[in-house]
Design a binder for this molecule. Sequence first.
Ligand code: C5P
Length: 223
Amino acid sequence: PAIQDLVGQHWVITAGPTMEAIDPVRYISNHSSGKMGYALAAAAQARGAKVTLVSGPTNLDAPQGVQRLAIKSAEDMLAACRDAMATPADVFIGAAAVADFRMKDIAAQKMKKTGDSDEMQLTLVKNPDVIATLSQENAAKCMVGFAAETQDVIAYAKSKLQRKGLDLIIANDVSRTDIGFNNDENQVTVLSKDQQWTPPKEAKAALAVELVELITQYQSTQS
Ligand code: C5P
């Protein structure tokens, strides 16, 4: 078992996709598996942290000893995170793939194929940015985000770090088919405002252990 050095800390971690209802039977979502967020939750829990995992719909079991709040939409995710932070958080990690948009109005009844038109239009509105909102509210001492990019990975991640008011951002190149989305392995670069680290490509569970260590070390340099 890992050293219990995170006893007394509360980590709040988002994971998985969000699911935005279109009508009672349809939704907008994405292919996030939730594996990275769940692995991070397990790794922080193993070191003794109290972990709240705010999770969209996934096929994964909650890691042992982790409290899971199951949500569907981005708005629900934000509300659940705020609830979780009733116990003040030391670390917040946004590993969820939050849908950028939701329906302006969710249809109360199943939408029908109408008349002879071959087109239909849905009006979407922007979802709240969960991590940026929480960061503005000083929700946790250490705010950690993810940046999935297909080009100029480091530059885009850095601007996201600043724009969202984060302490650390974990960047990965999702144009690579050997890592990332729905894959068991991942390779990332972790950036703070003035430093960067690149752990080796490895299984998400092993990478999660390294990321929890990196975050813990970063925290200790800040306090
Ligand atoms: O802007 P982008 O979606 O690339 O940012 C990714 C980071 O922001 C991730 O940490 C993700 O969990 C978080 N995010 C969020 N709420 C959104 C969009 C992204 O918390 N609506």
